[in-house]
Design a protein around this ligand. Structure first.
Ligand code: CA
Length: 247
């Protein structure tokens, strides 16, 4: 049953303005969509897949969020209040916006598809669509964007499959829950480099999400319990590392 509109409005108004958010994240998703049902549904579904969603419903805010450049991928509804999606896309690309953009829209005329792709969209999905198809297309555009032929991230002895969320380290192979997956991906995309608590939090939580002060420690503890202590190295006072080679 749909929730009353005011609840969705309230949830959105608690989030800080997009242009106040620092640039760090790469697996965060920017969802530009004014339909409350779709916005809410996608935010929930993608977060469950380990991709926190920043959801923007208005064209004016959308431009600011795009200019912020903090996201790994953008899902763009073409019909937004106060802005035309194609115009937004065009001006974002012209000002150097580089992340992949997947258009999700009810418009399915040939003209719109062609202009969307011409203006710099990476793919095009017509509503209504099924979640598995959206996820598959997101993975495909992200792979193309990062030039990955295979869907695995490797750091030293550790391998993470970005399609199945399966982590292997030594003899242990296990599928990670969403947050643990997002945390490992954040560390493994920068092998041998320290990520601070704040950097990890920015990578794995969406705007305005409540984060317990020990949330990252709890996730790391759980990952190390399953895969062994050396899967993540703690650098006292600085942060954590996914080791590039055997420590
Ligand atoms: Ca719309």
């Amino acid at each position: 049953m749909p929730e009353p509109e005011f609840i969705t409005h309230l949830a959105v108004s608690l989030r800080p303005r997009p242009n106040l958010v620092k640039k760090v994240a790469r697996m965060r998703v920017l969802l530009l969509e004014d339909d409350p049902m779709i916005g809410k549904g996608l935010s929930k579904a993608l977060a469950a897949e380990g991709m926190p969603v920043d959801w923007v419903r208005d064209g004016a805010d959308a431009a600011a969020a795009l200019a912020d450049g903090a996201h790994a991928i953008v899902l763009l509804d073409l019909g937004l209040p106060n802005a035309d999606g194609l115009t937004l896309l065009k001006s974002a690309r012209q000002s150097g916006f580089n992340a992949p953009v997947l258009i999700i829209t009810a418009r399915d005329t040939l003209d719109d598809r062609v202009s969307g792709l011409d203006l710099g969209a990476d793919d095009y999905l017509v509503k209504p669509f099924e979640l598995p198809e959206l996820l598959a297309r997101m993975r495909a555009v992200l792979r193309r964007h990062h030039g990955r032929a295979v869907s695995r991230v490797v750091s030293g002895e550790t391998e993470l499959d970005i399609e199945t969320h399966e982590l292997s380290h030594g003899d242990v192979v296990q599928v990670l829950p969403a947050r643990e997956y997002a945390l490992m991906l954040a560390l493994m995309e920068r092998p041998g480099r320290i990520l601070s608590r704040a950097q990890i939090e920015e990578r794995i939580y969406g705007w305005g999400e409540e984060v317990e002060s020990n949330a990252i420690d709890v996730l790391i503890h759980s990952i190390r319990r399953k895969f062994g202590k050396d899967v993540i190295i703690n650098v006292r006072g600085a942060g954590w590392i996914s080791p590039k080679s055997r420590p």
